[in-house]
Write a protein of this length. Sequence first.
Length: 398
Amino acid sequence: MNTILSISQRNAVLLSMAKLVAQETEAIMNANKEDIATFAVNDLAMFDRLKVDEDKIQGMILSLEQLASLEDPVGQERFNFTHENGLKISNKTASFGTVMIIYESRPDVTVEAGGIAFKSGNKILLKGGKESLNSNLAIVNLWHRALEENEIDKNWVEYLNYNRNETQVFLKNPTQKIDLIIPRGGEKLIAFVKENATCPVIVSGRGNNFVYVSKEADKQKAFDIIMNAKVAKISACNALDKVLIDSELPNYHGFLEELITKLSSSNVTVLVDASLEGLANVNLIPNEEIWFEEFLDYKIVIGLVDNSEAAIAKINKYCGGHSASIITSDDTEAKLFMESVDAAAVYQNASTRFTDGFQFGLGGELAISTDKLHQRGPIGLQHLVTNKWYIFGDGQIR
């Protein structure tokens, strides 16, 4: 295998892959039907992530074509300096080397995340879940065909068909060099990888996202944003789980009754804290620990707070560090909220559903990191690089 692929080689493989996914749509969807039939998914969120339909196929193709059109993230100069002794020093972006992506349910990760890592000049190790094995193998076969069409070793993309014990052994004692691992899945998967990995891990953490409805909120905007963030796609990590209402919102009781009616009509189970006990069509939260939970389901928790400072404190205590939004017409209040909330993405008057690499103009994402090193939020093509120093001299010694 070559030590590095040129940008023209990488782009050619991506375009070949886009063509093959379009040509083999039926084969991918048939493999996916086998997975769905075999795994008998009962979890709504998992089913949504596992299922491959025409829209997901089109998303795969679009992501590959967009990646091929983007600038090479490798070799970009970040800094240069000429030493007083004449040394010419620069810092440039560089590939990690080998990136392992370990993920659950989502066959589209095999295309989209694999494509981002490949475009960044990395060898790819893919470890999908058993529930999506047929889909993943069908897609990896297309990766190999795309590589071979361009006379490139197919080992640039490798699928690890391991069970849990084999994966644990591999993470603890890899049989090949791994430079970075990116887990895509629930908290149990992430904890498993962090516990066993012997190389750096980028954590794509839980959502548990909040919306705070300020006393200065436009109520119609609040309705629209909350409904979109909650029900548009419950399986997404950017979906909404918690709503905080300012107790000084004019006629907040009437606002809540209408919101609960809207949520209930979309089959959302509404839970409230003790401050709202007695409202119709709601259940009281079983305990305070529920404020920590990411639901990935038709469920939401609503509570009252006295002001934006209380909202900020509650969000910082319970949220997953992913996304939070304030609904307010007061820009000063919004600025304080957005600067104070400890989340990767903070919003004013917009749905948390926009926390997504494609929506942020990154051309897709490898993951949404809730860590603060080395990149926070959606990790796009330009973020999946490390760096390297280049020093040119003429015999200088120190």
